[in-house]
Design a protein around this ligand. Structure first.
Ligand code: SF4
Length: 654
């Protein structure tokens, strides 16, 4: 789709009394930028960066409407008036930049997992049915509990309005409390809130009525719903459409916000923040169906990572507006760049889940592996101009080197980037060869474009050496030469064809028929090599030192891959520490039992033992009187996230 054809996304949209300048929405998501449930300056700066970037609508993170509904420590709160000043400062800051901002109300029901002291909280739900994902048995709400929670929804909505936000959205999606009433398999009540569709709908209807009564006619109220939980046990698509019809008939809300997935099962949860293995814009068909029964505007969210995919959804009549949340985490200026017809300059989200939801799930603030400035708007996103213009040589054209070069150039330095190979991107190019992870190559495309836009001189097939450095009269050197595959002692594996994962992925070496993949990293490499070999017809056993394959990668990526490993017939052996091999056996020790574990009848062993820092240049230049910095895997091998972040930090320090 050409730049000129992105037109529908840029048109205004009326939602109730509020006019959006375009149809690109920064939807509600947790950021951990809040403190003790309150809005902070960092959170305001994060949102304002997206307002400045042209977002048509911003919806703040799901806020707990009572003390029983938090899913994590920093969850923003709306159950006391204490939260109002923070929300007001947020509204004023977004409005000052011309933006539109809504709040979102959440009661997570049996998905509430947080307590102040680490003890398991008492959770509430429509029934006492266990959440498979959280292994939590909730307390079935009494009629008094239901009335009390409905009052809390209304009070929270009133606080949003009083704080000056432009609207309020009820989070009824992803298996949270409203969906726990709507969903047949979760609601086994026998009173007026359970049983028939009409009864299961009653809770959400009364929530909408109470909120409408609290905020009055004219104030924007919307609702987020799952168009299907996609897990075989939660809300199915027909039931969801039925609930939408009932909502439409009630005419209490001004817009609908459709997603897919449910938070009660692992298979449903991957759709909350879908990883790259799921196709961009895959929620579009659900929007098409919903639009046939809904008259009010519909926002559709689900991996709309590029303007082209989002535009298509609007053109097909599947959405009136599109959630582009990670697209704006990765590039806050997406909307502005579309307006300015600079589509090639957009840093597209690759759906890796690593630093956005991945950070959140490990208790850290939101960021992005490609744009670590994200979530760090008050610190790293500001590049101080260089006090003195220097001639900077960057050795290594991987993610760390490219980012360091771009940031140093933006600060005014004269930068030369040297890459020993014939292609920029380093290890990211290899990562993109893994089945289901080709989009990872986007990080290379995006950073290469930034290098080009910065006007940086790039010298390919140029290995930086001490001699080269001495001949170039540079003021500063950035070593970003990456890592090299870990070496292994072949005498441990005599008689067995033994190869490293990188050689399988690059196609340099062919494996035999019966393969053991020995994975001591538990990252995406072991999974990827196993999937690739299985797809080529090999019999594959993946033996890992950890509990489950990919335990070091983000939750949803790992869980999604578990399904593909099963489908591909890959046998998984866990707690397996590699010892050695002979002609047809591979010897492990079960780490916990501390007993031998032998895999017999094997003809190829693939080692996933990660990389080791390439310290060649660091050693060579030692003693030279030159300002030197290290970034990325040459410090110690980690992921692309650390490489880009360190490139940013080095670029800011020179
Ligand atoms: S960390 Fe990955 S998934 Fe998250 S916004 Fe960045 S590129 Fe997208």
């Amino acid at each position: 789709m050409s730049e000129a054809s992105i037109s529908q996304l840029l048109t205004p949209l009326q939602i109730g009394n509020v006019r959006l300048k375009n149809r690109m929405v920064f939807t509600a998501h947790d950021t951990a930028l809040q403190e003790k449930g309150m809005v902070t300056d960092a959170y305001i700066a994060y949102q304002v960066a997206r307002t400045r970037g042209g977002a048509g609508l911003q919806i703040l993170a799901a806020a707990s409407i009572d003390e029983n509904s938090a899913t994590y420590e920093h969850q923003i709160q709306l159950f006391t008036d204490e939260s109002i000043p923070g929300f007001r400062r947020m509204a004023e800051a977004v409005h000052a930049e011309g933006g539109v901002v809504f709040g979102q109300l959440l009661h997570s029901g049996r998905a509430a997992t947080y307590s102040l002291d680490g003890s398991a909280p008492v959770t509430y739900s429509s029934s006492n049915l266990m959440s498979e994902r959280h292994h939590i048995v909730p307390r079935a709400m009494s009629l008094a509990d239901i009335k009390s929670v409905i009052r809390s929804y209304a009070a929270a909505a009133k606080r949003v309005q009083f704080a000056g936000l432009d609207g309020v959205e009820i989070c009824g999606s992803h298996g949270y409390l409203p969906a726990q009433f709507l969903t047949q398999g979760v609601n086994n009540r026998t009173d007026e809130y359970g049983g028939s569709a009409e009864n299961r709908f009653r809770f959400i209807l009364e929530v909408c009525e109470a909120i409408r009564h609290a905020v009055g006619i004219g104030y924007v109220v919307g609702i987020r719903l799952s168009a299907a939980d996609l897990d075989n046990v939660g809300l199915d698509a027909d039931d969801a459409l039925d609930m939408m019809r009932r909502l439409e008939k009630a005419a209490l809300v001004d817009y609908y916000h459709l997603v897919v997935g449910g938070a009660s099962t692992k298979s449903g949860t991957i759709h909350v923040v879908p990883p790259m293995a799921l196709a961009a814009g895959y929620v579009t068909p659900f929007g098409e169906k919903a639009k046939k029964v809904l008259k009010a505007p519909v926002i559709v969210t689900g991996r709309f990572n590029t303007p082209q995919v989002a535009e298509l959804a609007v053109r097909r009549g599947a959405a009136d507006a599109v959630g582009m949340t990670r697209a704006m985490i990765c590039d806050p200026l997406v909307a502005k760049k579309i307006q300015e017809r600079r589509l090639d300059d957009i840093r597209a989200c690759i759906g890796c889940d690593q630093a956005c939801i991945g950070h959140m799930q490990r208790g850290y603030s939101v960021s992005c592996i490609q744009y670590p400035e994200s979530g760090r708007e008050t610190s790293l996103a500001i590049y101080p101009p260089a006090a003195l213009r220097k001639r900077v040589l960057v050795a290594g054209g991987g993610p760390a080197g490219m980012k360091a070069a771009v940031v140093a150039a933006a600060r005014g330095h004269d930068v030369i980037l040297c890459e020993a190979g014939g292609q920029l991107g380093g290890q990211a190019n290899l990562a993109a060869k893994i089945p289901g992870r080709s989009e990872f190559g986007g990080i290379v495309t995006n950073l290469s474009r930034e290098v080009q836009l910065a006007g940086i001189e790039v010298r390919m097939r140029t290995r930086v050496t001490r001699n080269l450095l001495e001949s170039m009269a540079v003021d500063a050197l950035v070593i970003a030469t990456g890592g090299k595959p870990a070496a292994f002692d072949p005498t441990r594996f005599e008689g067995m064809t033994t190869i490293v994962a990188a050689d399988v992925l690059s196609g340099a070496v062919k494996a035999g028929q019966r393969v053991v993949v020995a994975d001591s990293m538990c990252d995406w490499v072991g999974i990827g090599v196993s999937l690739q070999l299985a797809s080529e017809g090999h019999e594959v056993t993946l033996a890992i030192t950890g509990v489950q394959p990919g335990e070091m990668v983000p939750l949803y990526v790992r869980d999604e891959a578990a399904g593909r490993l099963f489908d591909a017939g890959v046998r998984v052996v866990n707690y397996a520490r590699l010892y050695g091999a002979d002609e047809d056996n591979v010897y492990f020790e079960h780490i916990m039992a501390m007993k031998p574990l032998v895999l017999e009848g094997i003809d190829t062993l693939v080692l996933c033992d990660g990389a080791r820092a390439d310290r060649t240049l660091e050693t060579e230049v030692a003693g030279l009187n030159i300002e030197t910095y290290l970034a990325g895997d040459c410090l110690t091998p980690r992921t692309a996230e650390e490489a880009v972040l360190e490139g940013l930090k080095v670029g800011r320090r020179i």
